[in-house]
Design a binder for this molecule. Structure first.
Ligand SMILES: [Fe+2]
Ligand SMILES: [Fe+2]
Length: 338
């Protein structure tokens, strides 16, 4: 398998236009910061979220026709900071700060946050009545993250003290297949895509994805690439693990109901069992361990978990609303010949 290489998608507005045009030129040149960005809804802003996704992608993947040195070009980092600014401000507005009493036990607080938040009924809908076309769309949206599953959370590794670091590595070792590339979760997801007749090439569907889908991934890269947000990154992972087991069982059931075999369901079935274990390690040893060692980031741990739930809910609502209107949830529907 070759290294990751994505195609530069089409721009969707002035920000992505300016960024992508510069990226095709010599590294670091011709990219001026956009200045204060006026976005009505930064979380669902197609132009802003796509530009941010591509700016972050320089850390994960090659981009065809783009010099790798753009990754650390000061003008790129300046531009990216201007994109992050309205996104981070929108998150601050969306997410309630953690009440003081939650900080005494971050593990218990995480359990409370997850228990209180049933989220939109997307996985239940898929299990009971979603169509194969809707499952294809769901998988395409998720490919923006799942084909690099675990990578954004790995930015936390060098930033943690021994106890939370050991817990993180215990979770990540499973995510990365425990020494077997075949069992790596991103590889299992690629197999699901192939079993469904979808293109599992990294970045193949970027053109189809709406801003709100990119936002769910940009959230992790934002937390991951800024050491100051290590608490939020850990909280995001804990929240992710704690809300994975039941929905993944439902998605596996959805595929079985639709007549799909083990190749398609393996990714989901794997998460039912793995994440039942991961959720305790993530809540208590990772998040609780970090809060014990660095109480100053305890509130941000809970912020990360709440931000995850909020953005997942916005994303799920986009899918459900589109389908209710009889429309594709992607920017353009995908024809699949399975
Ligand atoms: Fe996983
Ligand atoms: Fe997991």
């Amino acid at each position: 398998m070759a290294g990751r290489l994505i195609e530069l998608p089409s721009p969707r507005g002035p920000l992505s236009e300016r960024l992508f045009e510069a990226l095709e030129g010599p590294p670091g040149q011709g990219l001026e910061a956009p200045g204060a960005i006026d976005s009505f809804d930064p979380i669902a802003d197609d132009d802003l979220q796509l530009a941010l996704y591509v700016a972050y992608e320089l850390h994960y993947s090659g981009i065809r026709g783009v010099d790798d040195r753009w990754e650390w070009a000061p003008s790129l980092l300046g531009f990216r900071a201007e994109l992050e600014c309205p996104f981070e401000a929108a998150l601050e507005e969306l997410v309630e700060p953690a009440p003081e009493e939650e900080l005494a036990s971050v593990g218990a607080a995480l359990q409370g946050i997850v228990a209180e938040d049933p989220g939109p009924p997307l996985s239940r809908y898929m299990e009971t009545q979603g169509t194969l076309e809707q499952m294809h769309e769901h998988v395409i949206h998720r490919s923006a993250y799942q084909l690099k599953e675990a990578d954004p959370h790995s930015w936390a590794i060098p930033r943690l003290s021994p106890r939370p670091k050991a817990a993180l590595l215990e979770v990540q070792a499973d995510e990365y297949g425990g020494g077997s590339a075949e069992r790596m979760h991103s590889v299992l997801f690629a197999k699901t895509m192939e079993a469904l007749g979808l293109d599992s090439t990294y970045g193949a569907y970027l053109e189809r994805l709406p801003g709100v889908t990119f936002a769910t991934v940009n959230l992790i890269s934002l937390f991951g690439l800024h050491r100051r947000r290590r608490g939020a990154l850990v909280g995001h992972l804990a929240g992710f693990e704690m809300t994975s087991s039941i929905p993944n069982r439902r998605y596996g059931n959805a595929l079985r109901r639709l007549g799909c075999g083990r190749e398609a369901t393996h990714f989901y079935d794997e998460h039912v069992e793995a994440d039942a274990v991961h959720e305790n390690i993530a809540a208590w040893d990772l998040a609780g361990g970090l809060a014990a060692d660095e109480p100053e980031v305890a509130a941000d741990i809970l912020f990360g978990a709440r931000a995850l739930l909020q953005l997942e809910a916005r994303w799920a609502t986009r899918l459900m609303d589109s389908w209710e209107r009889g429309e594709s949830s992607l920017r353009e529907p995908v024809a699949v010949s399975a």
